[in-house]
Design a protein around this ligand. Structure first.
Ligand code: ADP
Ligand code: ZN
Ligand code: ZN
Length: 735
């Protein structure tokens, strides 16, 4: 008998055995449909064997083979195995999240493709559809995909793959003039890539070094100041790789960045076949892109962290842009780090990998220092002027402050408005004010389900919890003492927007945060308006910091920078530094010189001193020294076990046991590992759940890796399932 060992998307440590009906030919890596209890599931065949321990009467057959997806190649099975072992996640769950969504609409795939032509979203469509689609999530996802596509164009193939109800929707959109027929984008050809513009000397050297290393695993850190032209280096290296008939994989942190990137790729690699992969693509499109990568048709795969799992038979180069960015780490489900998995994959496949950043993570810097990564640097901005923006500081208790904006910053904004230039004001808080306070008895509005304050959202007239989403009406009076004088405390983006509008009534002010960009396409529209010079002052959260290039932007103000210095999260200052250096790189990128004004009461902090000197490495060195003394990453490796339950007692008892078990295992044979006593999470209660955690730490990564599987299986073997827990290896934050 032939037995298929199938990894299923369930939290189980091992694969499940099924017998293979005669005539059903499968190979390792194939996707199969099976039954588990009453559930019908799709899993991946990880092995084919002759015998099983499952008793014959219990052994079930493989129901069917999923034909619309090719079998996973061996290197991806190995990659999944590595992710499963390293991050302590069940193999079946890892595999499930590597695959594009499939199976939901197999009929649409099986049908022969209708000859549809490419369609472009019109500007009328862009403005009318967001309202139209308020209550149509599926159509909205399609619209969003259009907004994010290069040239706002979906190809005939994309359209042919849509389920029929969406095709009906499209006919309506076409009648309304919201979409129009367009020429298909140029098909892949084997022509010579046009090189685009000339690279400068530093860029050329970097590309040459990457190209020279093409025959084996070779990790590079491309350390280039903001605006130094890292993208041109990636794309020139990719062009060279593609010219050798190999595929390139390019990972970027944000979905919002992919359309811009896709455009630059189209310019620099004309005639090459590029596919884009990220989680917000419609299922059919994602499957098609995945298949084009898997069968080798795609020359370049551009995507967010999940694209690291794309099958690419001719892989020749991996690039991770903004490698320091926290969004490469998946925080829920399978906790993997896209950058680190990318490095493993490049080693596995024996190809170069380029990690690019203006503010490299300490992990990557230490790897470079130790000689594991080769450093390439682009110390100059690619376009004149080479002049860096001036950095100024102002205190939070500025006497002339209006609604929390210092007088100095207001004056600087006024000057920009007069000169027809743009300003950008950052604050890391959306909403109107982070809290509501009774001026008489001191009551503050809190969330009943979380240990957190409710944020005032004045426009909507509600108090909202940013942790669990709970919302309630703004109270008219204090529920404790009846006082009607309730004060919004602190400042958020909405409050700043209002204050600026009052102070500069003629100015065109826009706010960019999660609330203002919730509507599909809103972000792209806003970006277009800024680019077109239709905005004078932008107020926003750090959403705005990355990857945007606004030539008339000459002033950046940063409010509330000191919050990060007090944070319980040891990475908060590193993240603030990345943000500030990034922002400093945005001001005055083109012909106009820029200025950055930072609100802080500690201008002599090493971070701010380094910022004034435009010397990120100086700050990184200071931070490295601190981390070394404190035995924190990258000088130690961490694993965080987080647990939550409705009752505090249950969490505490569970974590006490987890701690003891961990100490026993460490004491036995993993003495290089230290297991710390349980502590409440930073947010001790969220959405009605009491939360806590236990940290395991070691200076020796291998020792921690030996310890973790034993610890996890000991915890999993505990009876009682009332506590939800998860293990985060190399955690980025302590939530
Ligand atoms: P980074 O990613 O390093 O912040 P970008 O790749 O976005 O920088 O490049 C910054 C700007 O410099 C872009 O407008 C880009 O078009 C331009 N640029 C890059 N390389 C060159 C070059 N060799 N000559 C002229 N302009 C360049
Ligand atoms: Zn009161
Ligand atoms: Zn809450």
């Amino acid at each position: 008998m032939t037995i298929a060992r199938v990894a299923l998307p369930v939290a189980a440590d091992s694969a499940f055995d099924y017998w293979l009906p005669a005539g059903l030919a499968i190979e390792r890596g194939a996707l199969v449909r099976v039954r588990l209890g009453r559930r019908a599931l799709v899993g991946v065949v990880v092995d084919i064997v002759a015998t099983t321990n499952v008793s014959p009467e219990k052994l079930q057959p493989v129901t069917a083979v999923v034909r619309e997806m090719a079998a996973l190649p061996a290197d991806l099975l190995d990659l999944a195995r590595f992710v499963s072992d390293y991050y302590q996640e069940p193999l079946g769950l890892v595999l499930a999240q590597m695959l594009p969504p499939f199976g939901a609409e197999p009929a649409a795939l099986a049908r022969p493709r209708a000859a549809a032509s490419a369609q472009r979203l019109t500007s009328e469509g862009r403005s009318a559809l967001p309202q139209e689609l308020a209550r149509a999530p599926r159509a909205r996802a399609l619209f969003e995909q259009w907004c994010n596509a290069p040239g706002a164009l979906l190809t005939g193939d994309d359209i042919a793959l849509l389920p029929s109800h969406l095709k009906r929707v499209l006919r309506r959109w076409a009648d309304a003039g919201w979409i129009e027929e367009a020429a298909e984008p140029r098909q892949p050809s084997s022509g010579v890539p046009a090189g685009g513009r000339m690279l400068n000397d530093d860029q050329r050297k970097a590309v040459a070094a990457i190209e020279a290393a093409r025959d084996g695993f070779a990790p590079f850190l491309l350390d280039g100041v903001t605006g130094s032209g890292k993208t041109d280096v990636y794309l020139a290296a990719a062009a060279a790789c593609i010219a050798r008939r190999r595929q390139a994989l390019l990972l970027v942190p944000e979905i919002n960045l992919t359309p811009q990137f896709a455009q630059r790729i189209a310019d620099m690699l004309p005639g090459r076949c590029t596919v884009t992969l990220h989680s917000r693509l419609a299922a059919g499109v994602r499957r098609r892109c995945w298949r084009q990568a898997a069968d080798g048709a795609a020359d370049l795969v551009l995507g967010t962290r999940l694209a690291v799992f794309t099958p690419m038979p001719r892989l020749g180069l991996v690039v991770v842009d903004e490698e320091h960015d926290a969004s490469f780490k998946q925080q829920d489900g399978v906790h993997y780090h896209g950058r680190d998995v990318a490095v493993w994959r490049a080693r596995q496949r024996g190809v170069p990998i380029v990690l690019g950043s203006a503010t490299p993570s300490l992990e990557t810097l230490v790897n470079a220092e130790r000689g594991h990564y080769r450093e390439l640097s682009l110390p100059q901005r690619a376009v004149a002027p080479a002049r860096l923006p001036e950095i100024e500081f102002f205190g939070s208790r500025d006497g002339a402050a209006t609604d929390g904006i210092g007088g100095k910053l207001l004056a600087a904004i006024e000057t920009r408005i007069e000169r027809g230039e743009q300003s950008l004001v950052f604050i890391n808080r959306r909403g109107f004010a982070p809290s509501l306070l009774c001026s008489s008895c001191g009551w503050q509005a809190g969330c009943t389900r979380c240990s957190a304050r409710l944020v005032v959202h004045r426009d909507a007239g509600v108090l909202r919890c940013h942790h669990c989403g709970h919302a309630e009406r703004l109270p008219r009076a204090c529920p404790e003492c009846g006082n009607v004088d309730l004060q919004p405390l602190g400042r958020g983006t909405q409050r700043l927007e209002r204050a600026l509008a009052q102070r500069f009534p003629a100015a065109r002010i826009a706010r960019i945060d999660r609330d203002s960009t919730r509507r599909v396409g809103a972000f792209a529209t806003m970006r277009d308006r800024v680019e077109a010079g239709e905005i004078d002052v932008l107020v926003g959260t750090q959403m705005l910091a990355k990857g945007h290039d606004f030539p008339r932007l000459t002033l950046v103000g940063v409010l509330g920078a000191d919050n990060a210095l007090y944070s319980a999260d040891f990475r908060a200052t590193e993240r603030l530094a990345a943000l500030l250096f990034q922002v400093a790189g945005r001001a005055g990128r083109a012909a106009l010189s820029g200025e950055v004004m930072v609100e802080t009461d500690f201008p002599t902090h090493p971070l701010f001193r380094a910022l004034s000197a435009h010397d990120y490495r100086a700050f990184a060195r200071a931070l490295q020294a601190e981390r070394r003394v404190a035995c924190l990453p990258p000088y130690a490796y961490l694993a965080l076990l987080a647990a939550e339950a409705p009752k505090r007692d249950a969490v505490d008892a569970f974590l006490a046991a987890v701690h003891m078990t961990g100490r026993d295992i460490a004491g036995d044979e993993c003495s290089a590992v230290e297991v710390f006593p349980p502590v409440p999470a930073v947010l001790a209660r969220r959405a009605g759940m009491e939360r806590g955690q236990v940290l395991a730490q070691s200076a020796d990564r291998a020792a921690l890796q030996r310890f973790l599987p034993r610890w996890r299986s000991a915890i999993a073997a505990r009876p009682g399932r009332r506590v939800r827990w998860s293990l985060d290896v190399d955690p980025l934050g302590f939530a």
